[in-house]
Design a protein around this ligand. Structure first.
Ligand code: NAD
Length: 279
């Protein structure tokens, strides 16, 4: 159906997810916010999860509704099992089902290893890894219950884990965060292997350095940005939309044969840039 003017083609490509229902965790800030908006623009109804900051979540909801799709905000802490169960259950009540789970919520609690408290370790693992597990599990239950609806998507459902280049790059001073993202990589692959026969696609998107509040100190002065750019062969810091666009693509049937993959969206940060001049 790719006929007609360029304008029509753009209109079609922006409706890649028409009729699908998506949930994005941590969707009132940074990457999650951009992703929720991009999914809405692509035609999906969207649940905007947040743990704090209801006003910002409502602004995201209003922007998504501007695309003519449905959206609402839902407060839940993804590390709390009962809250995740309640969040997905409400979505099934309100939207009928879920087609796309974007497990995006994450945080950092940085410290040198000898100063890192058990509380800092647990907090990051609880939100970044256990939170993604709980969201994936609840989505998978609904995908399995409903099965494939061919008019909606070739897959019974899509789970997209927000990982990081620190899924594979060690990161001194951030052992909790790097361990959580390494865990996300193996969790994603294991779930992909387990659920693929039921036509559920599980994948990860792994951002490099993206301009969001989580890493503001890494780019908010010219000196910090120059230092950061040394790690990025493409020589620009990423924007939340770089990640949001990748999520839309992975969620869509255009990438229906992509199962258990990590898509690095990082300007080449994982290319060992130190070896461009050394080694
Ligand atoms: P951000 O701080 O702007 O957004 C994180 C979101 O997660 C916020 O909305 C926050 O409230 C939410 N959140 C935190 N704890 C939560 C909880 N318990 N329950 C529900 N929501 C919770 O940061 P971001 O950069 O947009 O990060 C989004 C994801 O992208 C994270 O998983 C992060 O690890 C990952 N990531 C970011 C970068 C980057 O450069 N910004 C790079 C790699 C990976």
């Amino acid at each position: 159906m790719v006929s007609g003017s360029g304008e029509q083609r753009v209109a079609m490509s922006t409706q890649l997810l028409q009729g699908q229902k998506a949930l994005v965790t941590g969707a009132n800030s940074g990457i999650g916010k951009a992703t929720a908006i991009a999914l809405g623009r692509a035609g999906a109804d969207v649940v905007v999860n947040y743990v704090a900051g209801a006003d910002e979540a409502e602004k995201v909801v209003a922007e998504i509704k501007g695309f003519g799709v449905r959206a609402y905000a839902h407060e839940a802490d993804v590390s709390q099992e009962d809250q995740v169960v309640g969040m997905v259950s409400r979505m099934v009540d309100e939207f009928g089902t879920i087609d796309i789970m974007v497990a995006n919520a994450g945080l950092q609690r940085d410290a040198p290893v000898t100063e890192m408290t058990a509380a800092q370790w647990h907090k990051v693992l609880d939100v970044n890894l256990t939170g993604q597990f709980l969201c994936a599990r609840e989505a998978a239950k609904e995908f399995l219950r409903r099965g494939v609806v061919p008019e909606v998507s070739k897959a019974a459902g899509k789970i997209i884990c927000m990982s990081s280049v620190h899924q594979i790059i060690p990161w001194s001073g951030h052992v909790n965060y790097a361990s959580s993202k390494g865990g996300v990589g193996m969790m994603m692959q294991t779930l992909a292997q387990e659920l693929a026969p039921q036509k559920i696609r599980v994948n990860a998107v792994a951002p490099g350095a993206i301009r969001t509040p989580i890493n503001q100190s890494a780019w908010d002065t010219p000196e910090a940005e120059a230092e950061l750019l040394r790690l990025i062969p493409y020589r620009r810091v990423g924007d939340p939309d770089d990640i949001a666009n990748a999520v839309v693509a992975v969620a869509s049937d255009l990438l229906d044969y992509v199962v258990g993959s990590t898509l690095y969206v990082d300007g080449g940060m994982t290319l060992f840039p130190g070896f461009a001049t050394g080694g």
